[in-house]
Design a binder for this molecule. Structure first.
Ligand SMILES: NC(=O)c1ccc[n+]([C@@H]2O[C@H](COP(=O)([O-])OP(=O)(O)OC[C@H]3O[C@@H](n4cnc5c(N)ncnc54)[C@H](OP(=O)(O)O)[C@@H]3O)[C@@H](O)[C@H]2O)c1
Length: 240
């Protein structure tokens, strides 16, 4: 794992209140497990539909990141949040040219404007609670061509994160962008390639957060893609 660090205070998870969007399943569920294991005081874990969680430190909440009203309701419920993981995302199997433009628009609405809605709603919450941290989930496909609107949305999300880092610096919010290659979740169940487990990626992301990272490259493939950015652009391709 490669971690690029910020100066100043770092955010430890123990004793903190955490929000994980899309925390019911996939990588989000692993992030919930990870922060609980590290002593988080409370974790709001969201899904688009009503759900339950028996663990006493987990608050199961509903969230649709495409809806500003839903995001605002979560920010009101989770007014004690100190760390927010913008994990929820979607991968629609749609090509940029051959498929409907609506699929690209939906992808951007969920993967770019969704986390931005969450960041806008929670910025004052984080400020009121001491600054805390915002962790945005990107992908190795932020840097590689070949996945249509998904990669384009993750490239945009990467840029949004980098500007949010500047815009939130004044309130001392640590902003972390996390990149990973294939993770063994429902999102990529159709792809037959080696995958990291959600638990190992979650642990690396939270390690980075607690080490004061501004960027986490959670696996070798992400580190290699980042290193290749200074090379020929036609080499920046995801080969299935
Ligand atoms: N899997 C990979 O290989 C991989 C690699 C790199 C990065 N990522 C990124 O990691 C994050 C988690 O992905 P995953 O692999 O865990 O995917 P996943 O198993 O498909 O889970 C997607 C999660 O996002 C939530 N979600 C989707 N659309 C939403 C919406 N409109 N509003 C609110 N929540 C929504 C889902 O909530 P529900 O429970 O309501 O469906 C679910 O919790 C995503 O940002 C993804 O792009 C994944």
């Amino acid at each position: 794992m490669i971690v690029i660090q910020m100066e100043g205070e770092v955010v430890a998870v123990a004793g903190r209140t955490v929000v994980v969007t899309g925390g019911r399943r996939g990588l989000g569920a692993a992030l919930v497990d990870e922060v609980l294991a590290r002593g988080a005081r409370k974790v709001y874990a969201t899904a688009r539909s009503a759900h339950g969680d028996d663990r006493p430190r987990v608050v199961a909440a509903e969230l649709e990141v495409r809806s500003a009203e839903s995001v605002a309701a979560l920010a009101e419920l989770a007014a004690d949040a100190e760390i927010v993981f913008n994990n929820a995302g979607v991968l629609l199997p749609a090509a940029l040219l051959a498929d409907d433009l609506d699929a690209a628009a939906t992808t951007f609405d969920v993967n770019v404007f969704g986390p931005l809605r969450v960041a806008r709603a929670f910025a004052p919450v984080l400020a009121a609670n001491g600054g805390g941290a915002l962790v945005n989930m990107h992908s190795v496909l932020s840097w590689l061509a070949g996945s249509g609107a998904y990669g384009a949305s993750k490239a945009a999300a990467w840029s949004v994160t980098n500007s949010l880092r500047l815009e939130l610096a004044g309130q001392r919010t640590q902003v972390v962008g996390a990149h990973a290659g294939l993770i063994d979740t429902e999102m990529v169940s159709a792809i037959e390639r080696p995958k990291a487990t959600p638990a190992e990626v979650a642990a690396r992301i939270v390690d980075g957060l607690e080490n004061g990272a501004v960027e986490v490259l959670a696996d070798d493939v992400s580190a290699a893609a980042k290193a290749a950015l200074s090379g020929p652009v036609e080499d920046l391709v995801f080969a299935r």
